[in-house]
Design a protein around this ligand. Sequence first.
Ligand code: UD1
Length: 383
Amino acid sequence: MCPTAGRAGVKLACVVGARPNFMKAAPLIREMRAYPDIVPILIHTGQHYDLSMAGRFFQDLELPTPDVSLNVGSGSHAQQTADVMKRLEPAFAEQRPDMVVVVGDVNSTMAAALTAVKMHIPVAHVESGLRSFDRTMPEEINRIVTDAIADYLFATEDSGRDNLLREGVDAGRIYLVGNVMIDSLEQYRPLWQASPVHERLSVAPGTYGVVTLHRPSNVDDGPVLERLITALRDVSAAIPLIFPVHPRTRLRLESMNGATISACGTNADRTRSALRLIEPLGYFDFLALVARARIVLTDSGGLQEETTALGVPCLTLREQTERPITVTCGTNHVVGTTPEKIVAQARRVLDGGGRAASRPYLWDGKASQRIVRVLHGVLAASR
Ligand code: UD1
């Protein structure tokens, strides 16, 4: 049965599309359902569609079956953004939400915000104001555009609020509320702690590192990816690395030369390879693996935040981060993509040179409560 059937009240449409959206939307939907006069509507654009990229996250995070599924799938940026907009417009027209809530910085986020504002539907952006100041990143464009047109902007850290203020956003529309991703991490702590992933992968907690790579700037360019793989192989001489491979990266690796691939443990003897490629993991298994890692090497945005919350040292293989609190307060080291620097910093961390971390302000598992309280208040005031 439709999870919102029989409810009356203000309609909040939450739009999700890609893997990092799901753990941000789940606590918001749960919190919305706690208000008898809010009708949450979940819309899934289908930007991510594989079981490993979407379906398992819906299961782990207990997300309801979407009220609307747009099935846009993969495509170029223009294609994907346009497809979301074209399919979302009639869905909004039919559902008539009082507000649209978007999370993060993927193409679906920007497409949904644009569609909504053109239909005069107010937009709330959760995880607002983050800036890498690198406009070659598709996510940076999505963040700038979404923030420029959103009505209510919810920031995870001080830098987000400061960036928005500098860009001229009225202070009354900015709310520093903390991080909904950490809400999910805390909500499901007992479940991910019980994950059998270590037995399944035959690795002992505390004896390995975790790698993720999927940024176009790192994986779409063959020589850059080869350099990163070389660095990872060097690090794996000191500590075995487990590398759940994103489909974008899998495609690129498959087109690389055989020597590089076999060095990555895609051969039959996977468990003994020092740099071990595995399929993408579900939410619980991935958090369990990261929580007991000695080091994480990544170009993901969300993982910089999760490692900070978990106190696990993180090396960010990019030139900058849009999440500076993870460096100033957390466990993150932005090391770039030069192999020598990556290997040297990994050695320092493994030798005990990681940074003592503390939890960023308001990353307490209650961000979704704060956000929905604000949204409920503004909607009540406008009725
Ligand atoms: C997208 C987001 C990125 C986010 C990442 C998390 C944008 C611009 N990028 O990047 O910010 O960090 O998701 O994963 O929105 N594919 C599959 N199965 C799927 C989904 C994708 O095989 O379920 C493959 C397809 O070949 C596709 C490629 O992965 O072409 C890339 O997917 P896409 O959604 O375009 O971008 P991501 O790299 O996943």
